[in-house]
Design a protein. Structure first.
Length: 278
């Protein structure tokens, strides 16, 4: 395989009805940057998947939203809709008045657990390389009323991940590193990075319609270590992944996946076909 895995790839499908793929997995994270839930379906509201990044931690000193882009320890905790489980097994009820105090003790800094939309809009800090003494951070605003990154949802293709793994087998390309809301298996005729050709068009998935906003810019998150998940092994830190993402996507260096916006709310389930609107 060539160094740039998408030199001659487009998003055209061989299917006559416009089907470009099928939903393989659905994911949402009830608390920003903590381990989340692989679910059978997602309910998309007007601005996001219901229950996705519904809560977040605000740093009491800076007033900024805390994410694992800077505070990698957040990935050591897992969140369901009503509880947070820390690495040592302690469980914290999300709506408990003592939740913020318990999380502050765990992190060693004063934080407040907040529901999205109930605090003034704020931003978060990110870097493209794992934190070190020389890391440069950028402040990124969140979409109004949310704790999302830059769009309502994030989609990735299993074909793109497989191509990356083939080209750079020395790195671990487990989808859990990238935390997409939707992982899809593409139809015949759609190759690695083919989803980037759908920018500006609408996808009909289940009862929802989602517009493709842009390729997804990557940051330090996929490089970070993450704990084991059920029968899945833990994920070790991948120091070379940032450079690899720059090398492998010749059209959009350091981009992997696509951002989506909601055109029509609805339900998207594993197994649903994905049709690209003409």
């Amino acid at each position: 395989m060539s160094e740039n895995t998408n030199e001659h790839i487009d998003g055209v499908t061989n299917q006559t009805d416009g089907t470009v793929g099928t939903v393989a997995r659905c994911f949402r994270a009830p608390v920003k940057s903590m381990q989340g839930l692989w679910v059978d379906s997602l309910e998309f509201g007007e601005s996001a998947a219901v229950g996705d990044r519904a809560w977040g931690l605000i740093d009491d000193t800076t007033g900024k939203l805390m994410t694992a882009k800077r505070y990698g320890r957040l990935l050591e905790a897992g969140a369901e809709d009503t509880t947070i489980t820390l690495a040592d097994g302690r469980r914290i009820e999300i709506d408990s008045p003592t939740a913020s105090g318990a999380l502050s003790e765990w992190l060693g800094r004063a934080v407040t657990l907040c529901r999205a939309g109930e605090v003034p809009d704020t931003g978060y800090e990110m870097t493209f390389d794992p934190p070190n003494d020389d890391a440069e951070y950028y402040e990124i605003p969140t979409p109004p009323g949310t704790f999302l990154d830059l769009a309502a949802a994030h989609l990735m293709s299993s074909a793109t991940l497989a191509a990356c793994a083939e080209a750079r087998g020395d790195l671990n390309w487990d989808v859990r590193r990238f935390r997409p809301n939707l992982l899809i298996d593409v139809a015949d005729g759609v190759g690695p990075f083919g989803e980037e050709a759908w920018v500006g068009r609408d996808l009909h998935v289940g009862t929802a319609v989602l517009s493709v906003q842009s390729p997804t810019v990557r940051c330090a998150m996929p490089l970070r270590a993450q704990p084991a998940e059920g029968a899945e092994p833990d994920l070790q830190r991948q120091r070379g992944m940032f450079a690899a993402m720059n090398e492998l996507n010749g059209t959009h260096p350091n981009h992997l996946g696509i951002y989506l916006q909601v055109v029509r709310p609805g339900t998207v389930a594993v197994g649903d076909p994905i049709k690209l609107e003409d």
